[in-house]
Design a protein around this ligand. Structure first.
Ligand SMILES: [Zn+2]
Ligand SMILES: [Zn+2]
Length: 349
């Protein structure tokens, strides 16, 4: 075991604070990464505060990890010391089920998340990226381009792949009319990615002060979703809508904007259920409401390569790790454009 330092939550009620722990030794297939930056995802906050009632303390959050390889196991082929490397939401899976064989490890029943998951190697829980180093099986480590701003790449590992995967699955491309609901960490990535894929992108927001920013990020049109007349102008016109809003809301106002056979995919898991959708609106146009979870490892690499090619990163605010508790409070208020990223050089013994 090697010593590591971090910021951790030791209970649901306490703020994150410095915490020492141990990482496993580097095994034959393992890669050890010095973490340089880690994005701050809403899931981090939910888990640190046990809002999903499944947290096992201490919780060391963080699954938008980028850094440099400091050690590789004897059997590691694809990485060498000094390479940039990334780790997203997954660090292990069974490797043999249909989902794993299809490169869709995120749907494996035995997936191991980067933090707060039982860790087969240590018998403890997995500990995430708010730390100085991590040891991960080579299969779950991503190659990161040297040409992009490294801090701004970090959020691609969760927010980027979570939006890229459904856009690809539902074949968004030139000629598609795509809606994105919500302009937060996920929504701003969805706008950038769908725009780069060649789609006509319409951003739905409730706040008129986001219009200019949405257009800057790549939206062709912005619709204020609480204005019925603006919504009506788009009836039956969308091939696909990616709904990133994690609060319960009326889904019908969006499904009615789908063409026949159109799909609205949900990315957010609301604390309270959405009101039941109007089934008639689905039946009479063969519309679908779907869901999607992050993305597999192969697709995450594809997304990172796509972003390097198209010069896409997240819009970020870099913070010191000592400011992470304040960042959580600001994130709850939506006061971030559009992702906090922790500069791990600020983490000291
Ligand atoms: Zn996340
Ligand atoms: Zn599996």
């Amino acid at each position: 075991m090697t010593k590591a330092i971090s910021y951790a939550a030791v209970s649901a009620k306490e703020k994150l604070a410095p915490f020492q722990f141990e990482r496993r030794e580097v095994g034959a297939k393992d890669i050890q990464i010095e973490i340089l930056f880690c994005g701050v995802c809403h899931s981090d906050l939910h888990t640190a505060r046990n809002e999903w009632q499944n947290s096992v303390y201490p919780v060391i959050p963080g699954h938008e990890i980028v850094g440099r390889v400091t050690s590789v196991g004897a059997d590691v082929k694809a990485f060498k010391v000094g390479d940039l490397a990334g780790v997203g939401c997954l660090v292990d899976s069974c490797g043999v089920c249909e989902d794993c064989k299809d490169g869709l490890e995120q749907y494996c029943d035995q997936e191991v998340f980067t933090y707060n998951s039982p860790d087969k190697h240590t018998g403890k829980m997995t500990y995430g990226g708010y730390s100085n180093q991590i040891v991960v099986d080579e299969h779950f480590v991503l190659h990161i381009s040297e040409k992009l701003d490294l801090a701004a790449v970090a959020p691609l590992l969760c927010a980027g792949i979570t939006t890229y995967s459904p856009l690809k699955h539902w074949k968004v491309g030139p000629g598609s009319k795509v809606g994105v609901v919500g302009l937060g960490g996920l929504g701003h990535m969805a706008v950038k990615l769908a725009h780069a894929m060649g789609a006509h992108v319409v951003l739905f927001t409730t706040s008129s002060n986001k219009v200019a920013d949405a257009k800057r990020l790549g939206a062709d049109e912005v619709v204020i979703s609480k204005n019925p007349d603006e919504m009506k102008a788009h009836l039956k016109s969308f091939d696909f809508i990616l709904n990133t809003v994690a609060a319960a809301h009326n889904l019908d106002v969006f499904t009615e904007l789908l063409k026949r056979d159109g799909t609205m995919c949900l990315n957010g898991v609301p604390e309270h259920a959405h009101p039941s959708p109007n089934i008639g609106s689905l039946i009479f146009k063969r519309r679908q409401i779907a869901g999607s979870l992050i993305g597999g490892i192969k697709e995450t690499q594809e997304m990172l390569d796509f972003c390097a090619k198209h010069n896409i990163t997240s819009d970020i605010e870099v913070i010191a790790i000592q400011d992470v508790n304040e960042a959580y409070e600001r994130m709850i208020k939506g006061d971030v454009k559009y992702r906090f990223v922790i500069d791990m050089a600020t983490l000291k013994d």
